[in-house]
Each structure stands twice: as structure tokens, then as C-alpha cells.
Design a protein around this ligand. Structure first.
Ligand code: CU
Length: 145
């Protein structure tokens, strides 16, 4: 566990600095889950203030084995989750990750984070002429504020 945290910190030093931050994330939260849970959903509002489409296929959540982009589809009246390759946001557009739709799935926690703690998430956004890493601190809580 300690070694994993150190690796994560080490990674932060290699994050390139972009002069202008084009991606702005607000209201990030992770739905609290019982101890022993294997996955937790993360929701947020992402605003692309830049002129061009930005995509994120690489997402890291500190304390979790991996993070995926999921979408909920209704098929034959049954809600199903599907993994998407990335999150894409057109220039000057925003998207909401919210219950019942698009979300991040944080998978295999070292230890399920408690309510009122925070989960650190890194999202690597890029397009053909820009790259940006967004560091997010998502609150763990039972429901949307
Ligand atoms: Cu999911």
C-alpha cells in the first residue's frame, strides 16, 4: 500500500505543465460504498473551455487498481453498464457524469474509502495539439448534493 502511494506521487512529478488549463472539473464525488465493494462510481461536471475537442482515455484513481469510463444503457428495460474507450468533449462544451448515465468506474480499491474522505483522480486529456492532466479531489458521499 505504501509503495503504491509512493509510485503515485512519483508519477505526479512527471506531469507536463500546460500554460493554460482548458479543462475545468467541478462537483466531483464518489458514491460511498460498503466495505468490501469491488467498484465505486465517480461523478462530476467537466467543462472544456478550449476551442477544440479534448479526449481522455487514461484515468488513474489513487488507491484503485484501475478506472474506466462507463455508460448506462437501457436495453429490454434492463439497465446495463458498458465500458467506453474515452470521454470526449467538444470545444466550448461541457458534459455531466451523473447517476444513471456516464460515470467513471473506480475498480478494485485497496481499501474502500470512507464517507467524507476524498479520492484523488487524474484524468489525462489530449487532442492533436494540446495535452493536459487534470487532478481531481472527489468527495466520498452517499448522494448528489
Ligand atoms: Cu460503471
Amino acid at each position: 500500500m505504501i509503495r503504491k502511494s509512493l509510485l503515485f506521487l512519483g508519477l505526479l512529478f512527471f506531469i507536463p505543465h500546460s500554460a493554460i488549463s482548458e479543462i475545468v472539473v467541478k462537483n466531483a464525488w464518489v458514491r460511498a460504498a460498503p466495505a468490501g465493494s469491488k467498484a465505486m462510481a465517480a461523478y462530476m461536471f467537466i467543462d472544456n473551455q478550449g476551442p477544440k475537442k479534448m479526449s481522455s482515455s487514461k484515468i488513474i484513481a489513487n488507491g484503485f487498481e484501475k478506472a474506466e469510463v462507463h455508460m448506462i444503457f437501457i436495453s429490454n428495460n434492463i439497465a446495463q453498464m458498458r465500458k467506453l474507450e474515452n470521454i470526449s468533449i467538444d470545444g466550448k462544451e461541457s458534459i455531466a457524469l451523473e447517476p444513471g448515465g456516464l460515470h467513471l468506474m473506480l475498480i478494485n480499491p485497496n481499501k474502500v474509502p470512507k464517507k467524507n474522505s476524498k479520492v484523488e483522480i487524474l484524468m489525462f486529456f489530449e487532442n492533436e495539439n494540446n495535452a493536459e492532466v487534470v487532478r481531481i479531489e472527489a468527495d466520498v458521499r452517499s448522494q448528489e448534493l
